[in-house]
Design a protein around this ligand. Structure first.
Ligand code: COA
Length: 226
């Protein structure tokens, strides 16, 4: 699968393994999925989707101070973007925007990147409700997992999901993640300490790649050559 490390929009960004990068494309029922670094100009679409999708997103996201509209209004994006960019510059995070047919559609992030003898990160994601069930998150997880084990040089990825979050459990299952355990009262989500199921995958499980596996299962394809 195409995994292209590129200069990025800001020219002078310090380089870390696998960052910045553009990943994809993969074609799924919802459209053509690509991943690229989040941009400051994503703010308008980011805010439009997140304000509209409050009910769809809030019950799965960590509790935070302030109202949903304060945290997801247009003005909330620049500080979030600066903080993601700072973490990315320090090599602690790979914050991708998900685009579908070239339009911003969500985010997928490799966070808490630890190197040395651990070489691990967590993966987190959300996708616009307009595209729900269209295979976008599964394609994004497969692309980012391949990238983590190849260009980014990581060995293990972890994801934690509330047992009630059926779509997300399904995403990780389709993408090839393994269930490893249950974390009791793990994370403060939507105002309370919530149990989470722990999923993981390691580089040894990669085979021909997670995206290739989705293609072989008929869940995604490469675009037709032009
Ligand atoms: C979880 C989320 C990212 C999934 O995105 P998506 O692009 O719709 O995911 P996909 O289409 O790749 O896969 C979703 C799967 O769940 C299934 N699904 C969707 N809603 C479902 C429901 N209510 N019950 C059962 N299955 C459901 C879909 O049918 C699909 O499976 P299938 O391909 O076997 O039909 C999206 O729902 C979201 O952003 N949710 C809010 C934020 C969130 O939960 N993030 C993850 C936190 S761990």
């Amino acid at each position: 699968m195409a995994s292209q490390v590129y200069a990025g929009p800001y020219g002078t960004e310090p380089r870390h393994p696998g960052w910045p990068a553009k990943l994809g494309p993969l074609v799924v029922p919802a459209g053509t999925v690509r991943l690229r670094p989040v941009h400051l100009r994503d703010g308008r679409e980011w805010s439009r989707i997140r304000v509209r999708d409050r009910e769809y997103l809030e019950r799965w996201e960590p509790t935070a101070a302030g109202s949903w509209s304060d945290r997801n209004g247009f003005g909330a994006w620049p500080p979030q973007w600066f903080s993601l960019r700072a973490l990315a510059r320090r090599g602690q995070c790979l914050p991708f925007a998900i685009t579908v047919d070239g339009v911003f559609a969500g985010q997928i992030t490799l966070g808490n990147v630890i190197r040395a003898s651990l070489r691990s990160a967590w993966v987190g994601y959300w996708v616009s409700s307009e595209l729900a069930g269209g295979g976008v998150a599964t394609a994004a997880v497969a692309l980012v997992t391949d990238h983590a084990f190849k260009a980014a040089g990581l060995h293990r990825l972890e994801a934690t999901v509330r047992p009630e979050n059926t779509p997300s459990l399904r995403v990780l299952g389709k993408a090839g993640y393994r269930q490893e355990g249950l974390f009791l009262r793990y994370l403060d989500v939507a105002g309370d300490w919530r149990d989470h199921i722990a999923f993981a995958v390691t580089a040894e499980e990669m085979g021909n790649g997670f995206a290739e596996r989705l293609i072989a299962a008929g869940r995604a394809r490469l675009p037709e050559p032009r």
